[in-house]
Design a binder for this molecule. Structure first.
Ligand code: SF4
Length: 464
């Protein structure tokens, strides 16, 4: 059974209420009223960070209690780096004929899953570039083989942009885009796909998306793929990558769209065993090795940030509104990350989990995120190739992850993809309480270790 309970369709908005009014925020915390987009933006601009964290933490505790905070053990498998898109924030993609282009063999993927199971892992997060050389039969065969050899491993795979390209590559039957998506997802589900990760969300507003996601699907297609997945009974997650050319209103618009489509999915399919968004994870753009990262930093002395001038809460901002739009970046530090995550907890009243994404900000900011609305520390993963290609180097083991959760005042609990609890670490047998020599667990950089070790022990986190 899904862990989310409560009516989402009966939520009221009090759009004319001052969002800073404590009595109003008490009702947001209890889940009785819903923040409007305007109120979300007001909090962004007006509420001090510490106060915002306190309200988000109270909302999180109202939903999840004071005791457990979760994590999952999975492995990020990037099955190919060949990609037809050219996202300007991506350091991972390669052209088909590049010397370092790759597509993993099935045996390589199976070996990675065996290593995952050896450390108690329960799922794989499998995503790739959009590789036009791989037919549907390749995916069906891969999923079927994984299911036969590793029947207990949950396959969480193929983000919406990949599914949209599957529709283009495979030319499935169907009278419209939605029907074609349904055909493709049904085939993949029948072969063993269990749920869909929220990769490729970035920022939904068109003006931003057209600048940073060259060749990647638009918001309507992204959200439609997820709605079809929900129709087929699969759960999904949603993500947002911020801290580049977007305005603050774009972030609120992004959250609002996720919330609206979640309402739709629950209303349309909830009574029939449909799926839904289980989690929202947001993280700041990582600039190293990326074209987008070469943009100059916005200089506040030049006037308002162009992204804020262009951004509209309805997503309808036009790039022509400001001649400098997209020509400078406003990157995020820890406080902007925590502010954004806290607002996501308060805005997304119909989404069960907010995931901390410490992989981009470091473990201690991730730990702090547990006091800013996050209920989940994400994945203990055995490898990660996409974010690390853009310069992220943090890696943690399961004991360190448990230690961070416990040190933040909670009991660590391992979960599965459905957010059901697999193990509560409240005894001396807990992974962190077994460690006698922490120095042995302070390992080096993830992408160096994962490239050089046959059996990687380095662990990093960023689940979507
Ligand atoms: S982010 Fe994904 S879709 Fe975009 S270029 Fe990189 S691999 Fe391709």
């Amino acid at each position: 059974m899904l862990p989310y309970h409560g009516s989402v369709m009966a939520k009221q908005t009090h759009s004319h209420t001052d969002a800073m009014d404590p009595a109003f925020l008490e009702d947001v915390v209890s889940g009785e009223v819903r923040l409007s987009a305007e109120q979300g933006l007001q909090l962004f601009h007006e509420m001090p960070l510490a106060a915002l964290g306190r309200w988000a933490d109270r909302r999180c505790r109202a939903m999840h209690g004071d005791h457990l905070r979760t994590y999952v053990i999975d492995r990020n498998i990037n099955y190919t780096n060949v990609c037809t898109a050219r996202c300007t924030f991506c350091a991972f993609r390669r052209d088909l004929d590049a010397s370092d282009a790759y597509t993993l063999e099935t045996d390589e993927i199976l070996a990675k899953i065996s290593e995952l199971e050896a450390i108690g892992g329960t799922q794989i997060l499998m995503q790739g570039g959009m590789n036009p050389e791989l037919p549907l039969s390749w995916y069906e065969s891969l999923l079927g083989t994984i299911g036969a050899r590793h029947p207990d491993v949950h396959i969480h795979a193929f983000s919406p942009p990949e599914v949209v390209e599957f529709v283009h590559f495979f030319d499935p039957p169907g009278e419209d885009f939605r029907a074609k998506v349904r055909w493709v997802l049904h085939k993949l589900q029948a072969a063993g796909l269990k749920s869909i990760p929220g990769g490729g969300g970035e920022i939904f507003a068109d003006a931003v998306r057209r600048k940073i996601g060259l060749g990647k699907c638009d918001a309507e297609a992204w959200l439609t793929v997820m709605h079809v997945a929900h129709e087929l009974g699969m759960n999904t997650s949603a993500t947002m990558m911020f801290g580049h050319i977007e305005g603050f209103a774009d972030r609120i618009h992004h959250m609002s769209l996720v919330r609206d489509w979640q309402d739709r999915s629950i209303e349309d399919f909830g009574a029939d065993g449909g799926g839904r968004y289980m989690a929202f994870i947001s993280w700041p753009f990582q600039r190293e090795n990326t074209p987008l990262g070469r943009l100059p930093d916005w200089d506040a002395s030049d006037g308002p940030f162009p992204g804020d001038v262009v951004a509209q809460l309805d997503g309808g901002g036009e790039k022509s509104t400001h001649p400098e739009f997209g020509r400078s970046a406003r990157t995020s530090g820890a406080s902007d990350y925590l502010r954004t995550q806290a607002i996501s907890r308060l805005m997304l009243d119909n989404i069960y989990s907010i995931g901390a994404s410490w992989v981009t900000m470091g473990p201690h900011v991730g730990q702090l995120a547990l006091s800013f609305g996050a209920s989940d520390m994400g994945s203990v993963m055995m490898e990660e190739n996409v974010v690390s290609a853009a310069g992220t180097t943090y890696c943690l083991s399961e004991p360190i992850l448990c230690h961070l959760i416990r040190d933040a005042g909670f009991t660590p609990a391992q979960r599965d993809n459905a957010y059901d609890i697999l193990a509560v670490h409240d005894t001396d047998a807990a992974p962190d309480l077994q460690v006698e020599d922490w120095s042995a667990l302070r390992r080096g950089r993830l992408h160096i270790e994962s490239a050089e070790s046959d059996t990687p022990v380095a662990i990093t986190i960023d689940s979507n």
